[in-house]
Ligand binder design. Structure first.
Ligand code: UTP
Length: 237
């Protein structure tokens, strides 16, 4: 049997309602699953709406993009602190803020929780960095859709979901057929460029799925049913 070590990304989209209140119901349900799972080594928490509000305000004050990123990082670290609070004893008590802290904190056999690290990337890049350092077998990305589609399912009703996707196919979905690596605002970008580079060189498996589907998540994270078709699997090269 595979000895699994799982790193979970909790997308910022799962954390807030449209009125910006915190979705404590889903946080409670997810925390219960994280506490029950014997294999979760780390959870990385996204910035979500609160990050975007701060970034927008910073732009209005003419902040450069790097400064804007630091607001996103700060927001994601605040969200990470809330997840630590929800997890209680099971969590390492402080958000991880730099790759060099990972191996040291892992000695305590608690679930590590992180937000962002440095400007110019995303909490998905942090997820893959931590998975690499911990030598994880699996990364599970929890978001507000049930998988990777050929175009943004929030905008296109005819978008088609992949059960499995190879890295070249994923690059085509992300960058389009022209291979344009420059993201523009509002584009359907499942992974940023840094994440994609780490993914290409790493050995862990990645599954992206809906964080709101608690029963399915229990099958995956508590019962280790990685054989089921849940969300989209990114096939390693
Ligand atoms: P996220 O990656 O969490 O974005 O970081 P998000 O939109 O909330 O993504 P989901 O919903 O969790 O997938 C929010 C912002 O913080 C900055 C970036 O500006 C990013 O858009 N950030 C985050 C960094 O610059 N570096 C990091 O390591 C993480």
């Amino acid at each position: 049997m595979v000895n699994r070590k799982i790193v979970v990304k909790m997308g910022g989209s799962l954390l807030f309602d449209s009125d910006l209140s915190i979705r404590s119901d889903i946080m409670t349900q997810l925390s219960a699953i994280f506490q029950e799972s014997p294999n979760i080594a780390a959870i990385i928490v996204g910035g979500g709406k609160i990050a975007r509000i701060y970034i927008q305000a910073a732009r209005e004050f003419h902040a450069d993009e790097s400064q804007c990123d630091t607001f996103g990082i700060g927001a994601s670290q605040l969200n990470a602190s809330l997840v630590i609070t929800a997890l209680g004893e099971k969590a390492y008590p402080k958000p991880i803020t730099h790759p060099s802290e990972v191996a040291i904190a892992a000695q305590f056999n608690k679930i590590l929780v992180a937000g962002g690290f440095i400007p110019g990337q995303s909490t998905t890049s942090v997820t893959f960095q931590i998975a690499e350092i911990l030598n994880a077998t699996d990364v599970v990305i929890l978001t507000d859709v049930d998988g990777i589609y050929d175009k943004d399912p929030h905008k296109h009703t005819d978008a088609k979901k992949f059960d499995e996707i190879s890295i070249p196919q994923l690059e085509e979905v992300i960058y389009g057929q022209g291979g344009n690596t420059q993201a523009t605002a509002g584009e359907y970008r499942i992974l940023d460029a840094v994440s994609l580079q780490i993914l290409k060189r790493s050995r862990f498996s990645v599954c992206l799925t809906d964080g709101g589907n608690v029963e399915t998540l229990r099958q995956l994270l508590v019962d280790n049913r990685f054989d089921l078709t849940i969300g989209t699997k990114i096939l390693s090269s």
